[in-house]
Design a protein around this ligand. Structure first.
Ligand code: SF4
Length: 139
C-alpha cells in the first residue's frame, strides 16, 4: 500500500481518538492493529475522499464512498457499537457484540462480548430504538 498523506493520517488519528472517547471504546492493545486501520482509512480519504472502512472489499470504491454505510464510524458501529476492524474495542481487544442481531457474523466469531460502557456510543441505535418504542412507522 502506498503511504497515505500525513495530513489524512493526522486527521484519522484525531478523529479516532475523539470517537473512541465519545463511544466508550478504546484502541486495540496491539498498536499495530490500530495503526494499520488508521493508515487504511487515511489511504481511502486520499483515494476516494472519504474514510471508507478499509476492512471490506468494494467492487466500486468510488460508488461506495457516496453511500453512508461504510464511512467510519460505519453504520454497524453507530447502531451496534461493533467494529469489525478492531479499531474501537474493549480493553481486552475484543469488539463489542452485545447489540448485534442474531446470526450476525460478529456473534458467530466472537460470541457474546458485553459493553463495559453502555451509557456511551450507539447514537444511531438509540434513535432507532426510541422510534420503535414510540411506534413510529419505519421506512
Ligand atoms: S468497522 Fe466501522 S468503525 Fe470500525 S474502522 Fe471500519 S468503518 Fe470504522
Amino acid at each position: 500500500m502506498k503511504q497515505p498523506s500525513q495530513k489524512n493520517i493526522d486527521k484519522m488519528w484525531n478523529y479516532a481518538r475523539a470517537y473512541a472517547a465519545k463511544s466508550g471504546t478504546v484502541f486495540h492493545p496491539d498498536p499495530e492493529v490500530t495503526e494499520a486501520v488508521i493508515l487504511g482509512l487515511a489511504a481511502n480519504i486520499d483515494e476516494v475522499g472519504r474514510p471508507l472502512c478499509p476492512c471490506n472489499f468494494y467492487p466500486d470504491k468510488a460508488a461506495e464512498a457516496k453511500r453512508r454505510e461504510w464511512i467510519c464510524a460505519c453504520d454497524e458501529m453507530q447502531k451496534w457499537k461493533y467494529c469489525h476492524c478492531l479499531l474501537f474495542v474493549r480493553e481486552d481487544g475484543l469488539p463489542i457484540t452485545e447489540y448485534l442481531p442474531e446470526g450476525h457474523e460478529g456473534r458467530e466469531i466472537y460470541g457474546l462480548v458485553t459493553d463495559p460502557t453502555p451509557d456511551k456510543g450507539r447514537a444511531l441505535g438509540r434513535v432507532l430504538e426510541r422510534r420503535e418504542s414510540e411506534g413510529s412507522p419505519s421506512a
